[in-house]
Ligand binder design. Structure first.
Ligand SMILES: Nc1ncnc2c1ncn2[C@@H]1O[C@H](COP(=O)(O)OP(=O)(O)OP(=O)(O)O)[C@@H](O)[C@H]1O
Ligand SMILES: [Mg+2]
Length: 271
C-alpha cells in the first residue's frame, strides 16, 4: 500500500479565537515496505500529520491518496484495515481481562471469522515478541510488555501500514532498543512503519527515510544521511561523530547508525 499526502493543510478551531494552522502544504508519501521517521520539535505538527494518514483527521484542504485513490472516497473502516495508528502511551487503552482478548477486540469488531481473529491475534502478538503473554492480564505486565501488547492490538486490525506516535517514550534504554528492532522486523515482514520520535539517534537507527517537520511544514525529507548531514546542528550524535571523523579521515563515508559510526572509527584507528 502506498499512502500519499498531497498539499495537506490542517487548521484546528477554524473561525474561533483559538484557530491554529497546524499543517501547511504538506506533501509526502509513505512508500511500501519502508520505515519513515518523522522528527521535529514539540508542536511542529507530527501528531496532526500522522492522524491524517488514517483519516482520524480530515484535511482542511488537500488530499490523502491511497494507492492512487482519494481516501475521502473510501470508507474509514476500509482504510483502517490497511493503516493502523498507535497513539502515544497506547497501553492506557488496554481493558480486557486477558492479553488475547484485548488484541482480539478490534478484529472481532471488524466482523472477521473467529478462526481469522485468532490467527491475527497470534500472528501480531508473535510479531511483537509477546506471544508468551497471551493468557496474562494486561494489567499485570511491565510497561514495555504493555506497550508491545497495545501495538499488537492495532497490528491485528491493520496489516499494511503501522503508524507509531512516540512508541519508545518512557521506556528504559534496553526496552527501547528491543522495540526498535521490532520496527525493523515489521518492515522486513513487508509492513510499512511511520515512526514519530523526538529521539534523533533512534530515528537514525531505525528509519529508511526521515521527514523533518517545522512549524507545520516539511522542512526536509530524504535518507537519514541526506537529511542529517545537511543540517549537522540538528543531527543525532552518531552523525555528528561521523562528520567530525570526516575532518581527519575523508573516506569514512556517511555513517548514520551507531554501528556504522563505530566501524568508521575502527577503520580510522586501524589505518
Ligand atoms: N485538538 C487540537 N485542537 C487545537 N489545537 C491543536 C490540537 N492538537 C494540536 N493542536 C495544535 O497544533 C499544533 C501541532 O500539534 P501536534 O500535536 O501535531 O504537534 P507535535 O509535533 O505532535 O508535538 P509533540 O512533539 O509535543 O507531540 C500545536 O500548535 C498544537 O497546539
Ligand atoms: Mg505529538
Amino acid at each position: 500500500m502506498r499512502l500519499e499526502l498531497r498539499d495537506v493543510r490542517h487548521v484546528y478551531g477554524r473561525g474561533t479565537p483559538f484557530e491554529v494552522e497546524a499543517l501547511r502544504n504538506v506533501s509526502l508519501a509513505v512508500e511500501p515496505g519502508e520505515v519513515l521517521g518523522i522528527v521535529g520539535g514539540t508542536g511542529s505538527g507530527k501528531s496532526t500529520l500522522v492522524q491524517h494518514m488514517n483519516l482520524l483527521l480530515v484535511p482542511t484542504s488537500g488530499t490523502v491518496v491511497v494507492d492512487g485513490v482519494d481516501a475521502a472516497t473510501l470508507k474509514k473502516s476500509e482504510l483502517r484495515r490497511g493503516v493502523g495508528l498507535v497513539f502515544q502511551f497506547p497501553e492506557a487503552a488496554l481493558f480486557a481481562p486477558t492479553v488475547e482478548e484485548d488484541v482480539a477486540f478490534a478484529p472481532r469488531r471488524m466482523g472477521l471469522a473467529e478462526t481469522e481473529v485468532s490467527e491475527r491475534v497470534q500472528g501480531s502478538l508473535e510479531m511483537l515478541g509477546a506471544g508468551h503473554l497471551a493468557g496474562r492480564s494486561p494489567f499485570a505486565l511491565s510497561g514495555g510488555e504493555k506497550r508491545r501488547v497495545a501495538i499488537a492490538g492495532v497490528l491485528a486490525m491493520a496489516s499494511e501500514i503501522l503508524i507509531l506516535d512516540e512508541p519508545t517514550a518512557g521506556l528504559d534504554p534496553a526496552t527501547r532498543q528491543d522495540l526498535l528492532s521490532l520496527v525493523r522486523g515489521l518492515r522486513d515482514a513487508g509492513i510499512s512503519v511511520v515512526l514519530v520520535s523526538h529521539d534523533l539517534d533512534e530515528v537514525a537507527e531505525a528509519a529508511d527515510r526521515v521527514c523533518v517537520m517545522e512549524r507545520g511544514e516539511v522542512r526536509a525529507i530524504g535518507t537519514p544521511a541526506e537529511v542529517f548531514y545537511a543540517d549537522l546542528a540538528n543531527a543525532p550524535a552518531t552523525v555528528r561523530v561521523g562528520a567530525a571523523l570526516k575532518v581527519a579521515y575523508s573516506n569514512v563515508g556517511t555513517p548514520v547508525r551507531y554501528g556504522e559510526t563505530l566501524a568508521a572509527l575502527r577503520a580510522m584507528l586501524e589505518d
